[in-house]
Design a binder for this molecule. Sequence first.
Ligand SMILES: Nc1ncnc2c1ncn2[C@@H]1O[C@H](COP(=O)(O)OP(=O)(O)OP(=O)(O)O)[C@@H](O)[C@H]1O
Ligand SMILES: [Mg+2]
Length: 484
Amino acid sequence: MIAPGGARVLVSEDNDALRRGVVLALTEAGHRVDAVARGDAALTQLRDAAPYDVVLTDLRLPGADGMAILRAARERDARTAIVVMTAFGTVEAAVEAMREGAFDFVQKPLELDALELRVARAVEHARLVGEVRDLRAERAARNAPERIVGCSPALRAAVDLATRAAPSRATVLITGETGTGKELVAGLIHGLSPRAQRAFVKVNCAALPETLLESELFGHERGAFTGADRVRVGRFEQADGGTLFLDEVGDMSPATQAKVLRVLQEREFQRLGGVQTLRSDVRIVTATNQDLETAIAEGRFREDLYFRLNVIGVRLPPLRERPEDVAPLAEHLIGEFGRELGRPRLGFTRAALEKLAGHAWPGNVRELRNAVERAMLMAEGDWIGPDDLVLAPAAPRGGAGGELGPEGFSLADMEREVVLAALRRSGFVQKAAAELLGVSRRKLNYMIGRMGITHPSWRRHRTAGDGTGGEPAGASLDSASDLP
Ligand SMILES: Nc1ncnc2c1ncn2[C@@H]1O[C@H](COP(=O)(O)OP(=O)(O)OP(=O)(O)O)[C@@H](O)[C@H]1O
Ligand SMILES: [Mg+2]
C-alpha cells in the first residue's frame, strides 16, 4: 500500500505556524502530506480521499475533535496508523486516544526530529498491518473452493462434504491415493473455518520415528531424553485456537496412537518428561493414503482412534475414476505455470489431450502437474503436442486405459509395478525415481519399505539388526536415523 514515493500523511492542526512546520518537515522526509486546519475538514478528507498511511492530528480542533478524527480514520481503513498530538499536561486525553486505537502520541511543544521518527514508525506499522492483511487475504484465496479444480460428481461431493464440515470443530479424516489433493482439502477446511485466522499446523507422521514424533506433537521438557537440551513447545500447543493437520496418520506407532487418542478424549496432554497437564483448543484434521480398515484388521491401527478421527470421512477419488477432470485440471495448470514461466498462451493439441485422457495417472493430480510443467518447458511453439508429454508407463492388469478385465486388478499390485518400473528406469536411484513418479523422495522411500522392495545397491547402507523388513537405506531420515 505504501508507494515508493513515500507515505501518505494527513496532518490536522489548527495552529498555522505549527502546521506549516510539520508539513515542511514531513515533506522533506519524503512523505506526501495533506494538511487541514479544522476537524470537520479532516473528516471530509478522510471520507473523500484515498486512505492515508498515517494521520497526525491535534486532539482539540475547531469543527470536530481529534477523537472523532481517530474513529473516522480507523473506520476508513484499519491500516491507517493514527498519531495524536497533545498539549502539555493532557496525558489523560492521550491515554484515552491510545485506548481507542491510536498508534502513538506526541506532546507539544513538538520537536520536529523526534516527530519525524515517530511518523516513520507509524508508517512502518501501517505497512506491516497492510502486509498481514494481504497475506491473510492471499491465504484465504488460496484456500478458496474455486482453487480445487474439477467438476466430476465424485470430487464435488468430497469438496461439498469438506466445505460443510469446515465450520464445526469435528475431526475430519481425509483419505485418498497419493496426489489426490488431501493436503489441499485440509487447507480448505481450515480456511473456511472460524479458525482461519489462527494457526494451521501440519505434522507428517510418517516422516519421524516414534520418539521424535511424540516430542514434535507434545513437546518436551529439558532433559526428557538424550539430546533434549532445551524445552520444546509441541505442535498441539502451537496449534492452540487453530487447526492441527496430522498427515499420513496411518503411520503412527501404537504408542503414539494411544497418546493422540488420550488428547482427543481428555483434551489434555503432557510434554515428554513433563508433569504439568496442558490443554489446547485444536481442531484436528487427518489424512492418509492407507486403508485404515485393513490396518485395523491387521492390528496396526487402533479402532477406537479411528472412530475418533473419522467423525467426518472425506474420500478423494483417484484421477482415473474421474477422467472428466483431467482436461480442466491440465488447462488450469497451464494457466498457473504459464504465468510463472512467462508463457501464458500455450495450449494443448487435440492429440495431447487424448494422450492425457488415456493415461491412468497412478500419481494422480501431482503426476499431472509434473507432466504439464515438464511439457511446458519442452514445448517449442505455442502448442503442447503428445510428444512433449512424458508419462510414466502404467501397467494395469486386465486391459489398457484403466478398463477392468473380468478378473479386475489389484491397485496395490499396480502401484508396486509402477514403482518398480520407475526404479528400473532410474537405475534404482530413489531420488530420480521419485521425480519420475511425481512423489517426494521421502514418500517413495516409505512406499518402497511398505512394498518390501530391496536392491543390492541399497544394502550396504543398512544398519545391522534392522528388523523392519526391507526398509532401504536412504530410507532412514538423515539426522533422525540414529534415534530410538
Ligand atoms: N482438484 C485439484 N485442483 C487443483 N490442484 C489440485 C487438485 N488436487 C490436487 N491438486 C494439486 O496436486 C498436488 C498434490 O496434492 P496434495 O499434496 O494435496 O495431495 P495429497 O493427497 O496430499 O498427496 P500425498 O498423499 O502424496 O501427500 C498439489 O500441488 C495440489 O495443489
Ligand atoms: Mg499429502
